[in-house]
Design a binder for this molecule. Structure first.
Ligand code: UDP
Length: 463
């Protein structure tokens, strides 16, 4: 056991996430997992959205200047932001690596890059530093990304309104409406970014996934056929770590007061509502959600992030007296300790935008989902959650209070809800099995550690 903990001793790993919450969290968790194997961890981060080093005293942090102006950093256009980082960080990263890595006390075994930061592949190639990729999304959605050129050739992309209900023949069970799209100033930029990061994944020494074999076996099998590099599905990351040992990965401070509110609620009664760190909704949609929740008569815990509602600071559009009239049945926070919330016995459903982390966190706790995807990979995740794993229901039509109320009741009180709850509990069990000794994620992690130790980097040859 002690030997197991020391395998990576004397080897340093450099990890660089994209500066968004849904990317930083899995990177810090991966850092913790590899730290537990003895590796020393350096987190390279942009100045924008830099993680809090004090939560991770056992890691080294180094900022790579991103050159983003305040206006650029405050853009809600994640494609534009990622493109800028890919251009602006290239030089500073190369300079830092060239000057410090070769002179580092411990040999640097490899660079683990966010898939979205494709610029790191040519930089690592130049310095003869092996590059592994962490893809923070799921494998099924990545397969869709890897199929973008084919989808364009066959006319599925760009998505046309008139074809939304057509099946995508090459990617069952997806329909055209499930294909990823991005609200970007420049829609072509999203296509180009995706193609580029897939290409640079193929050029890497291997791709790590925050998923597990049993969940996405068909996508992983197809990716193994198409990619000639190793693939390591070692997730769910946060479940490798002992309960309570994980430090906070949040960029925002979680409001823990909701935990004592949850303590007062009945088992499986609460609808937890959160749309992650980036998605934004219109005021009209916000009001339909609010009235749908109120009319459902279920207790709810709702994360209303400042900036969630277009054109509002926080939740000003909520009619006055709305919460008071619910008699304590509704609780609103700016940011929740989500993993803790989902593991609370009072939580009976998660109304989610199906960001990959949220989807996986819900699966890990066996919590059924109400799926309301917004953009990027979320539509694919929602389709898998509702139609393949059958652990959720997707809000299908236009967001309207009647539909919301009906969907909540289906999930919380109906027979269909019971079946979905049972599926969710079965899937949770599969997570546990995959992490145990001999389980798929356990074994892939073991292989990842061995493979990292056998990578030959220019710095290991110096030492
Ligand atoms: N999260 C959280 N508190 C909240 C809302 C979200 O801690 O109130 C976390 C959540 O647990 C997840 C991450 O933020 O790990 C969101 O990532 P995801 O991939 O689900 O969505 P994104 O924010 O990237 O759209």
């Amino acid at each position: 056991m002690e030997e197991e903990k020391q395998r990576g001793k004397g080897h340093r790993l450099l990890l660089m996430p994209s500066p968004l919450q849904g990317h930083i969290t899995p990177f810090l968790h991966l850092g913790d997992i590899l730290f537990s194997k003895g590796f020393s961890i350096t987190i390279l981060h942009t100045i924008f959205n830099s993680p809090n080093p004090s939560s991770y005293p056992h890691f080294t942090f180094h900022a790579i200047p991103d050159g983003l102006s305040e206006t650029e950093a405050s853009t809600l256009d994640a494609v534009l932001l990622t493109d800028l980082i890919n251009i602006r960080c290239k030089h500073p990263l190369k300079e830092w690596l060239a000057s410090s890595v070769l002179s580092h006390q411990e040999p640097v075994s490899c660079f683990i890059s966010d898939a979205a930061l494709h610029f790191t592949q040519p930089v690592c190639d130049e310095l003869k530093l092996p590059r592994l990729v962490l893809r923070t999304g799921g494998a099924s959605s990545f397969l869709v990304f890897a199929s973008f050129p084919l989808l364009r050739e066959k006319g599925y992309l760009p998505v046309q309104e008139s074809r939304l209900d057509e099946p995508v023949v090459d990617l069952p069970p997806l329909k055209v409406k499930d294909l990823p799209k991005f609200q970007s100033q420049d829609p072509e930029a999203f296509y180009k970014l995706v193609c580029r990061f897939v290409e640079e994944c193929k050029a890497s020494s291997g791709v790590i996934w925050n998923t597990f074999e049993e969940l996405e076996s068909s996508a992983l099998t197809k990716l193994r056929q198409d990619f000639s590099i190793p693939i390591y599905p070692i997730g769910p990351f946060h479940k490798h770590l002992l309960t309570g040992s994980a430090s906070s990965t949040s960029l925002l401070t979680p409001d823990k007061s909701c935990m004592s509110w949850l303590d007062q609620q009945d088992r499986n009664s609460v609808v937890y509502v959160s749309f992650g760190s980036i998605a934004a909704i219109s005021e009209a949609e916000f009001l339909e959600i609010a009235w749908g929740l109120a009319n459902s008569k279920q207790p709810f815990l709702w994360v209303i992030r400042p900036g969630l509602i277009h054109g509002s600071e926080w939740f000003e559009p909520l009619p006055s007296g709305f919460l008071e009239n619910l008699g304590g049945r509704g609780y609103i926070v700016k940011w929740a300790p989500q993993e803790q919330v989902l593991s609370h016995p009072a939580v009976g459903a998660f109304w989610t935008h199906n960001g990959w982390n949220s989807t996986l966190e819900s699966i890990c706790e066996g919590v059924p989902m109400i799926c309301m995807p917004c953009f990027a990979d979320q539509k694919v995740n929602a389709k898998y959650a509702s139609s393949v794993w059958r652990v959720g229901v997707q809000l299908q039509n236009k967001l309207d209070r009647g539909e919301v109320e009906k969907t909540i009741k289906t999930l919380m009180v109906g027979d269909e809800g019971n079946e979905i709850r049972e599926n969710a509990l079965n899937l949770k069990e599969k997570v546990n099995v995959s992490l145990k000794q001999g389980g798929s994620s356990y074994c892939f992690l073991d292989r990842l550690v061995s493979d990292i130790l056998s990578l030959k980097s220019a710095t290991s040859r110096v030492h």
